[in-house]
Design a protein around this ligand. Sequence first.
Ligand SMILES: Nc1ncnc2c1ncn2[C@@H]1O[C@H](COP(=O)(O)OP(=O)(O)OP(=O)(O)O)[C@@H](O)[C@H]1O
Length: 254
Amino acid sequence: MSVLVAKGIRKTYGSLEVLKGVDLSVGAGETFAIIGPNGAGKTTLFKVLTGEVSAQGGSVSFDGKDVTRLPAFVRARMGFGRTFQVARVFGELSIFTNVVLAIEARKVNGGESCGRWWDWRPSADTSDEARSLLESVGLGRQGDEEAGLLSHGDKKRLEFAVTLAGKPRILMLDEPTAGMSAADRKSTTNLLRDLKAKGITIIMTEHDMDVIFDLADRLMVLNYGAVVSQGDPVTVREDEMVKQVYLGKGVGHA
Ligand SMILES: Nc1ncnc2c1ncn2[C@@H]1O[C@H](COP(=O)(O)OP(=O)(O)OP(=O)(O)O)[C@@H](O)[C@H]1O
């Protein structure tokens, strides 16, 4: 069954047609990648799917419900988890507190009380959950460190933990390995493989073809806002049009 379906998405900025009628359908538990050259419209499509920007045409449905007109925060509450090209965390707070706040936010949104603000401290359950999330992203020993001082790769890891704290039904990852060292890219790929194995639905944009071909069940290739090809990695890799517009002769870091 499809979790996320988009039909005929059209988006323009002034006279620039950024998305020209994009259709996609992502199944439960699937890892779906959106790839294409710089400026192809990948991030814009992402933002339309998450509700950060509205499109001029088309529809988006999530779990069979039309969410086209719902803003991003409502879609987030419905189960959209989102990471960004540049990780967004509370830099002045500790790693542990960043995750605790995300867990508490989920609980409050779910109608639970988190105590009085003037003597607030996380419950034992919340603390245990935060520790286990940090463990799962490889930051288990660094909980007390200030988030703003983390390396780029570790900040991304923390952003994953914060996003997972929301218990998303669908994980939207905009270039999860952008700007990472080879070692960080490898550990992030391993982390994503673990999430995939847990059955979480993932939609990602990514320029690193090794990451894409390692993780994606299906790919969509965008060029100038139009879908050039869609299918499993082997089919897309062999597509002559895709080779021309994006992959070139060899497949590597595009
Ligand atoms: N807010 C905006 N206002 C005007 N033009 C925009 C806006 N956002 C994106 N664009 C333009 O839309 C086009 C698609 O941009 P988008 O960021 O979606 O591409 P992309 O495929 O994600 O690129 P990259 O791989 O470089 O991140 C580009 O020409 C970009 O300049």
